[in-house]
Write a protein that binds this ligand. Structure first.
Ligand SMILES: Cc1cc2nc3c(=O)[nH]c(=O)nc-3n(C[C@H](O)[C@H](O)[C@H](O)COP(=O)(O)OP(=O)(O)OC[C@H]3O[C@@H](n4cnc5c(N)ncnc54)[C@H](O)[C@@H]3O)c2cc1C
Length: 464
């Protein structure tokens, strides 16, 4: 039997769940979410391994957007712990607290650091002349950061990181620098040690659910179900059709129809399952590029291995880009006498290798960095792989996304979320997308109103 709903949402990640909750809060009729996984939360969730609860990569709940932290609290109440953040950058062989404190830098300076450090003001001066006096335009990822930091600091802090998480800087749009590196210059980075500047780039404390991100997402799901919404798991969407103004959706388990369709699955996956996608649109959708994520979990029979929530490794010589310790997010997720470290690898060159080689390269690099005492003592190693996790903003991505989203506009389909809009975003932005969409729906706005309302999605900034 085909079941009918006012709205069907594809995907029960943060965006799908927030959107369902908002539509139900606003009385916008019946809602069904179809999700291919056996759990809710998408990439912002956790899994149980023996007596550990572990995130799929560390997740904090933080936002500078008005009303978001209050909403996070209203969803998970006292189960949101307030975590005082400690994080560092490891470069030139040393660990520096983030935001960088000039005094700490001077105290820890080595000969190698001192040489490189002394060259930074010189190369910054060159950049100031080139971009500010001679009027060179900052049109690319590289230009944007060389203008603000000088070439020397750019090479140390950003070039390798870009190659690890996205692509070679030559191929990247300036947008990714603006979103991911919200301090545009050395001046603003140093100012961030002042109270006034700090808020712009630094989440000095954040919420984290007592029992992992999965707890937050399950609370969200409970609140949807308590308002009459339905969430159907293990339902991979395989075909979407449009007939007589209604959408019909087929999964590997059943068939459904609805008036309003919201997709939060990756944009190109939707184009692929939608029966009315022309060949030209299918071809355009193949131009979207993503990086995969390998996670190596190292288990230790001791209470703690690093003192930070996470440590970034911007240099290309290290295969991983971040280390984090689950316990420092919530002690309730890990047994008292044990701990687990998460090693994140997005570098496409490393991720091409077989699993065993990725793990052994990461272990060598951990030993080289020396920030984890006796990493080789790990009592167990667990490897997980996720495909298409990091949208790559290459120089053509705007045009590609614009073409695809405008095609969906003409079909009356709304695509939202990180991969649904190919928008490099965080959980707070998923909530803001849900608010924006449901407000537009309630106001019965036109498609032009929706296009205007969503312009702000391009302005989202990620704050560490
Ligand atoms: C390592 C890492 C760390 C991060 N850290 C933070 C952080 O600290 N704080 C923060 O706020 N954000 C963080 N983020 C970003 C955050 O994870 C995302 O913004 C958010 O999870 C995106 O949610 P979404 O619902 O848009 O997408 P997704 O989570 O991808 O949800 C889409 C859902 O659609 C489902 N789906 C796909 N195809 C189909 C199909 N054919 N049929 C049915 N269902 C389908 C998927 O299974 C998934 O559940 C991090 C991301 C990563 C990768």
């Amino acid at each position: 039997m085909v079941q009918e709903f006012d709205t069907i949402i594809l995907g029960a990640g943060a965006t799908g769940l927030f959107t369902a909750r908002e539509l139900l809060n606003k009385g916008e009729g019946s809602v069904l979410i179809l999700e291919k996984n056996s759990f809710v939360g998408g990439m912002a969730s956790s899994f149980q391994h023996k007596d550990f609860i572990i995130d799929f990569g560390p997740h904090k709940l933080f936002s500078l957007l008005p009303g978001v932290m209050e909403e996070f609290k209203s969803i998970n109440g006292e189960n949101n712990l307030i975590v005082k953040k400690v994080n560092s950058l490891f470069f030139l062989g040393k660990k520096f607290q983030f935001p960088i404190k000039p005094v700490e830098m001077l105290k820890n300076i080595s000969l190698r650091t001192a040489y490189n450090g002394a060259m930074i003001p010189l190369s910054l001066a060159k950049s100031l002349v080139r971009y500010n006096l001679l009027g060179k335009k900052d049109e690319t990822f590289e230009d944007y950061l060389v203008k603000g930091f000088g070439r020397r600091a750019y090479k140390i802090l950003f070039e390798g990181y870009a190659r690890k998480v996205w692509a070679h800087p030559d191929e990247l749009s300036k947008d990714i620098a603006e979103i991911r590196i919200p301090v545009p210059s050395i001046g603003s980075l140093l100012k961030s040690t002042n109270k006034e500047g700090q808020v712009k780039i630094n989440a000095s404390e954040f919420y984290y659910p007592k029992y992992g991100m999965k707890q937050f997402m399950e609370k969200l799901a409970e609140s949807i179900e308590s308002k009459g919404g339905e969430i159907s798991l293990n339902q991979k969407v395989v075909l979407v059709e449009k007939k007589g103004g209604m959408f019909s959706i087929r999964t590997d388990e059943g068939a459904y129809i609805c008036k309003h369709l919201v997709s939060t699955i990756p944009l190109e996956s939707f184009v692929d399952v939608y029966s009315r996608s022309p060949e030209e649109i299918k071809e355009v959708s193949t131009r979207l590029r993503y990086n995969d994520l390998s996670l190596i979990y190292l288990f230790f029979d001791k209470p703690q291995v690093i003192t930070d929530n996470w440590i970034f490794f911007p240099e290309i010589e290290y295969s991983f880009n971040r280390l984090s310790e689950q316990k420092s997010f919530s002690p309730h997720t890990v047994p008292t006498e044990k701990t687990v470290l998460c090693v994140e690898i997005t570098n496409p060159e490393i991720n091409k290798l077989p699993k065993e080689q990725i793990v052994s390269r990461a272990m060598e690099d951990l030993a080289k960095a020396g920030v984890v005492a006796d990493a080789k003592e790990a009592s167990e190693k667990l490897f997980l792989r996720f495909n298409k996790v990091y949208p790559v903003y290459d120089k053509h991505y705007r045009k590609t996304v614009h073409r695809l989203i405008h095609f969906l506009d003409t079909e009356g389909i709304v695509s939202l979320g990180r991969n649904g809009m190919f928008n490099y975003n965080n959980i707070d932005h998923c909530l803001d997308m849900a608010w924006t969409y449901s407000t537009w729906r309630l106001a019965k706005g036109t498609i032009e109103d929706w296009q205007r309302a969503r312009e702000k999605f391009a302005e989202y900034r990620i704050v560490d």
